[in-house]
Design a protein around this ligand. Structure first.
Ligand code: PGA
Length: 264
């Protein structure tokens, strides 16, 4: 049975104090969360160590929002995979559309980072997404599949299934975003799964974790999680309040309790 992933990136939000408040508030539920659910949280760099130690005796995975593909050197302002591991992170988010759009992240650097993360035993969580224009032009699937293929370029076959892909339509993210409908989200997820199957074979494609992100909220999370190719949700605003994250966790838990999600 595949786990249902429920995670949040705090983006550039919270202070040490509010980070601690969030961690305190979700602790018990995370500790008690059943084996069918995989919780994760991605704080800003300065809070990773504290969050890791707070959740050290739980199943919570803690990640970083970005990293450099180099181990060390003259790369001012960057953080290396070695440092992330040293801080206790086990996950790293790569290629979020805010990094692509605002900070010049390219498909090429996404791929370099994916390979560096795997080399250091970090789980890469790669974000891919189509723009509003691409959606209008009817090339969402081509665009997203292209991003997935480049992200996985030269990743050893044995490691491909360790990479998590989050489909995050750019038009669905943030305050001005419109959440994808279940059909839109599932359609792209299915296309990603099929492309992975063509490239790496069906068992690997089925094994891979595909998440949906972009205006996930307490009204749409349940139906999104019911889609056969959606293995979890990656959430911004709704999960920044502990109460929102707790609700999402309980939605996922009730699904994990009630259904055995068969590989599609
Ligand atoms: P949002 O952010 O849930 O606030 O739309 C999602 C994301 O950027 O991953």
């Amino acid at each position: 049975m595949k786990k249902i992933w429920v995670g949040t990136s705090w983006k550039m939000n919270k202070t040490g104090e509010t980070a601690q408040d969030w961690a305190n508030a979700v602790s018990t539920s995370v500790k008690n969360c059943n084996a069918g659910v995989q919780p994760f949280v991605i704080p800003p760099f300065p809070y990773i160590t504290n969050v890791v130690s707070h959740f050290s005796d739980t199943k919570m995975k803690v990640g970083a929002q970005n990293m450099c593909w180099q181990d060390e050197g003259a790369f001012t302002g960057e953080v290396s995979p070695v440092m992330l591991k040293d801080c206790g992170a086990t996950l790293v988010e790569i290629g979020h559309s805010e990094r692509r759009g605002l900070f010049g992240e390219s498909d090429k650097t996404v791929n370099q980072k994916v390979r560096a993360a795997l080399k250091h035993g970090l789980t890469p969580l790669v974000c891919v997404g189509d723009s509003a224009d691409e959606k209008q032009w009817g090339v969402s699937i081509e665009s997203v599949v292209r991003q997935v293929k480049i992200a996985l370029f030269q990743v050893p076959l044995a490691q491909v299934s360790q990479v998590i892909i989050a489909y995050e339509p750019i038009w669905a993210i943030g305050e001005n975003g419109t959440p994808a409908t279940n059909e839109e989200a599932e359609g792209v997820h299915q296309a990603i799964r099929e492309a992975l199957s063509r490239q790496y074979g069906e068992p690997i494609a089925q094994d891979m974790t595909l998440l949906y992100g972009g205006s996930v909220n307490l009204d749409n999370a349940s139906e999104l999680l019911d889609q056969p190719n959606i293995d979890g949700v990656f959430v911004g605003r709704t999960a920044w309040q502990a109460s929102g994250y707790l609700e999402l966790l309980s939605i996922a838990q009730s699904k994990a309790n009630s259904t055995v999600k068969e590989p599609c």
